[in-house]
Ligand binder design. Structure first.
Ligand SMILES: C[S@@+](CC[C@H](N)C(=O)[O-])C[C@H]1O[C@@H](n2cnc3c(N)ncnc32)[C@H](O)[C@@H]1O
Length: 223
């Protein structure tokens, strides 16, 4: 892989990196939008996801707003403590984080959980082409009560769905923290303020990229 390829921060640069990887995000998002407009002609981004996936799947949002820029994902990788651990991406989209990890954290494992099957299939297609044996996307609804979160050493959450769903996931993470220590990388105003206001069991860790994302860990000492 070209070292410079994951330094894309602007939407245009990110789109070029998608194309370089072979990710057909624009086509897939457009197809999802067409289905949404046919099923719910008067809908919009706030209602299409609910009608198609019974969740906030952000159908209709511009792909480069839906997804975290590659450069930020690359910075996140620099903040992961356990470089051979398991990174779990909650609401993973196309699994771009796993693609960046192939270069930045080659010893680590990646699991992305995503509700939209088309995004999962496309991300897994690219992992196959890249020969990424340690990365995979799983199609699942994080908000189902029967769904058990994978055990991870680092969780990434970017305001993935409705506030209720994110609250539910945070409760599950709190339960997991009784038996396992981990980091959380949080991107987006919703999840960051939720953690700061309602999750004192998490310790905020200084990070040079605070403008973009916040970093938390379950225990103050981390060996
Ligand atoms: C804002 S996007 C972030 C994608 C990726 N993590 C990134 O930062 O590039 C949030 C993703 O979460 C997914 N999502 C929303 N609700 C979900 C749920 N209940 N279970 C699983 N995935 C969900 C959406 O379909 C969407 O692809």
């Amino acid at each position: 892989m070209q070292p410079s390829s994951f330094q894309s921060l602007t939407p245009d640069d990110c789109q070029r990196t998608d194309e370089w990887l072979g990710l057909e995000i624009n086509r897939i998002e457009l197809d999802l939008l067409k289905v949404a407009q046919t099923t719910l002609p008067t809908g919009d981004v706030s209602s299409w996801g609910k009608s198609m996936h019974d969740a906030q799947s952000w159908v209709g949002l511009h792909p480069q707003t839906l997804l975290t820029p590659y450069q930020e994902l690359s910075w996140m990788c620099e903040c992961v403590k356990d470089q051979s651990g398991h990174v779990v991406d909650l609401g993973a989209g196309y699994g771009r984080l796993g693609m960046v990890m192939q270069q930045k954290l080659p010893k680590a494992f990646y699991t992305g959980v995503e509700i939209v099957r088309e995004r999962v299939d496309e991300g897994n297609r690219i992992f196959g082409l890249l020969g990424s044996e340690k990365a995979r996307l799983i199609a699942a609804d994080l908000a189902t009560t029967s769904y058990e979160l994978p055990m991870g050493d680092c969780y990434f959450i970017y305001d993935y769905g409705t506030l209720d769903h994110i609250r539910w996931t945070m409760g599950q993470l709190q339960n997991l923290s009784d038996i396992h220590r981990f980091q959380i990388v949080a991107r987006g105003a919703g999840i960051r303020s939720l953690i700061d206001m309602a999750h004192p069991w998490l310790h905020k860790i200084e990070n040079p990229y605070e403008e973009y994302f916040s970093l938390y860990q379950t225990h103050l000492t981390y060996s």
